[in-house]
Design a protein around this ligand. Sequence first.
Ligand code: AMP
Length: 272
Amino acid sequence: MIVAHHASEIPPCTGGRGFVPTMGFLHAGHMSLVDLARSKSEQVVLSIFVNPTQFGPNEDFKKYPRDLDRDLAMAESHGVDVVYLPDENEVYPLGRDAISLDMGPISTVYEGALRPGHFSGVATVVARLFLLVQPNLAIFGQKDLQQWVILNRLQGALGLPVKLEMGPTFREPNALAMSSRNVYLNSAERDMASILSQELTRIKGLYKETDWSQLKRDVEYSRTRIGEYLKLDYFDIIDMATFKPAESKAEGNAIVAAVRVGPTRLLDNVLL
Ligand code: AMP
């Protein structure tokens, strides 16, 4: 496995380069994306870059968990060919304020409303990483569903020559969606956090057989139950194309949810 600090150190490859961008502190969820990339590409590149432009001023950029030795061992054991560790100068050659992509209304609702500027930072860093790594295929997790939809917009709007694929959300044994930030939770908080996925699964289970007005009551019940244990930011049925609240049962609906456990925010979703 090659550890590349500069994109120029990534060896050429003719049979397809699969790319998994991450912020490190790797876990089995990231590795499931690596396995997917591995099954479809001759060369797998995983990047680790804690991107300052996607964090708000009061967020955990400085404290974001980091463990490079562990990350490298995990990447190697999953057959990653290149771990790419760019520094900020390589990603933002004219400085981090020189460019910021505006992804329109879809980037200012839900996560975008609670984290202003977050998706501009995500879109900008992904566009830069695509230019640096030049992948044929890039894999992103369903866990960050709004990010997935926005990155597809980015790809389509700029006509980027890369195929995007989504990997399913990988979960802990109690069904909590895996996240680097789960390390902030103690075991009681981890137990409580699993209520989020329980309620998502419950609504998904009854969705097909339930009419819209009853579904709205069921969603309200979920909000109340989650709110008994966790601080609820949102739990809504949305239309994935626009990320607006859904107004009927329709193709392309999903439930998106976010909670806070102490200072830690947790995201989850299910496709309906
Ligand atoms: P991050 O390091 O949190 O920026 O995540 C890097 C990539 O891994 C993103 O595409 C995430 O959506 C994806 N990811 C994070 N957690 C999971 C998970 N539990 N299952 C699948 N993909 C995930």
